[in-house]
Ligand binder design. Structure first.
Ligand code: NAD
Length: 504
């Protein structure tokens, strides 16, 4: 057991400076590779959330009115600082989340790409203009910020998921409150410092820590106009419904069960290499992880054999160590929950092909490790198929035809990402057309869109209309105003009248 040691309690970041919490409630942050408690996070009270809203409201008028080009220049400096600090940020992620350092570097890179996208905000905010919608009447649109926006984020991408939100919101002229996951707080606290260093005015970006109490205070606060949530489906649904009740604009991204359909003509080496990374990378704790393989026809036996061989070769260890493919899970509680799904799968009658439960990482016996696990012959009625396990557990379902595979994927309530592996253009096109999922990969296992496209699933994977970042992110964080203009002129037709105006 680890000896209890004095650990730092993190402050919130409000009004451009660290602010100690007085809530008296807090949670532990652990290093998943060692099991040691490394920090504490305070759980904000409603009054602390209110202080963050007040700081964001105070900063809003000047920031909203700053020319977009000036806002973009702050973003460019932030971009440069993030690039300089990419490795230390990644190290913070590995220390608190457990993912490997190269994977954490990749996460920061994908976040940086959203900041790069946000640097183009002057172009993105351009409106439309139509001359002569009536005689000497013109119409144009402007995109204006919503006001104070909030983001509530999950543990699995401590830097990237928050960066799906706040760079776009802030570039559009909003101010922002981030309620970061209480399990992985440090990377976003560091980002807040870097943003200040880049010249961001105090109060434009605020970070509060907390649990349900802080989240509920955000959802109910009349000073917050828009909320973006990313996390599990039950909480996403709750956020969506609560925000709607409070009249807030909301997008709430939920959980996933991402299927990879493998057709008999797929290149097996290529496919299994892709599946191994997609299923076990980041210990399966990715919302776009492949967690279910749908093997079509005769491909099943050779496919399962090859996945088994490759998954047993995955090197598991602490995320900062050289040559490690997969780190630990985020907390002991989560590791135990994932492990309990392996027990359940055995009870449900699925065939356990590779069992990660016995794994011991030498020198890290208190770490939250679980080895790569593979089930075959899984049926749609089993809980290990129906639930999002969110760990290094890959399941294989067998179906006879592509029609059955498409029907299976479409019947699943989750619809974040999916992929097909095939050499057939016709089959791939049909899959793309018929599949009811928000993000589709063709021989690409994790089809996460780049920053200048938008990210989002369908069905129980996203509540709301608009996806995050890209043009949809700009739409979410702005309100459109339509202006109709007429200037009196000697031969302008007389205004008014009692009937609806018509064209001409
Ligand atoms: P979570 O839903 O437990 O927590 C997400 C956020 O909600 C955290 O900030 C947490 O403090 C807060 N929260 C937790 N319980 C709450 C409650 N009862 N009331 C109000 N707020 C609450 O999710 P997690 O475990 O941190 O993250 C993993 C989940 O996130 C997985 O389901 C994963 O699929 C999902 N995820 C989805 C996407 C996507 O793009 N769709 C991306 C990343 C993660």
């Amino acid at each position: 057991m680890n000896k209890p040691v004095e650990v730092q309690t993190l402050p919130h970041w409000i009004g451009g400076k660290p602010v100690a919490s007085t809530s008296g409630r807090s949670g532990e942050v652990t290093n998943p590779a060692t099991g040691a408690v490394t920090k504490r996070v305070p759980f904000a009270t409603a009054a602390e959330v209110d202080a963050a809203v007040k700081a964001a409201q105070a900063a809003l008028p000047a920031w909203r009115d700053a020319p977009p080009l000036r806002r973009a220049r702050v973003m460019q400096k932030f971009l440069a600082l993030l690039q300089e600090n990419q490795e230390p940020l990644a190290r913070l992620i590995t220390e608190e989340h457990g993912k490997t350092l190269p994977d954490a570097l990749g996460e920061v890179q994908r976040g940086i790409e959203v900041v790069e996208f946000a640097c183009g905000v002057p172009h993105l905010l351009k409106g439309e203009h139509s001359e002569n919608v009536g005689t000497r009447v013109d119409t144009h649109t402007v995109r204006q910020p919503v006001g104070v926006c909030a983001g509530i984020t999950p543990f699995n991408f401590p830097a990237m998921v928050p960066m799906w939100m706040y760079p776009v919101a802030i570039a559009c002229g909003n101010t922002f409150i981030l309620k970061i996951s209480e399990k992985v707080p440090s990377a976003s606290m560091r980002a807040a410092e870097l943003f200040k260093q880049a010249g961001l005015p105090d109060g434009v970006f605020n970070v509060v820590h907390g649990d349900k109490e802080a989240v509920d205070a955000i959802l109910a606060h009349p000073g917050i106009g828009a909320v973006t949530f990313v996390g599990s489906t039950p909480i996403a649904k709750y956020i969506y419904e609560t925000c709607a009740r409070h009249g807030k604009r909301v997008q709430a991204l939920g959980g996933a069960k991402n299927h990879a359909v493998v057709l008999p003509d797929a290149d097996l080496e290529f496919t299994t290499d892709a599946l191994i990374g997609a299923a076990y990378g980041s210990a399966g704790e990715r919302c776009m992880a492949i967690s279910a393989v749908v093997a079509v026809g005769a491909v099943a036996d050779p496919l399962v054999d090859l996945i088994k061989k490759k998954c047993q070769a995955v090197k598991v260890g602490p995320g900062h160590a050289e040559g490690v493919d997969m780190g630990p899970l985020v907390t002991r509680q989560h590791r135990d929950k994932v492990k309990s799904y392996v027990d359940l799968g055995v009870k449900e009658g699925a065939k356990l092909v590779a069992d990660g439960r016995g794994l011991v990482v030498k020198g890290h016996e208190d770490g939250f490790f679980l080895g790569t696990t593979l089930f075959d012959d899984v049926k749609p009625g089993m809980k290990i198929y129906q639930d999002e396990i969110f760990g290094p557990v890959l399941i294989v379902l067998r179906v006879p035809t592509i029609e059955d595979a498409i029907a299976l994927v479409n019947a699943n309530p989750y619809a974040n990402g999916t992929a097909i592996f095939t050499e057939s253009g016709g089959a791939a096109r049909r899959f793309e057309n018929e599949i009811q999922v928000g993000m589709v990969g063709i021989n690409v296992p994790i089809p996460v869109p780049v920053a200048y496209y938008s990210f989002g699933g369908w069905k129980a994977s996203l509540f709301g209309d608009l996806h995050v970042h890209g043009v949809e992110g700009v739409k979410f964080y702005t309100r459109t105003k339509v202006v109709t203009t007429r200037w009196p002129h000697q031969d302008t037709p007389a205004p008014g009248g009692f009937s609806m105006p018509t064209l001409g």
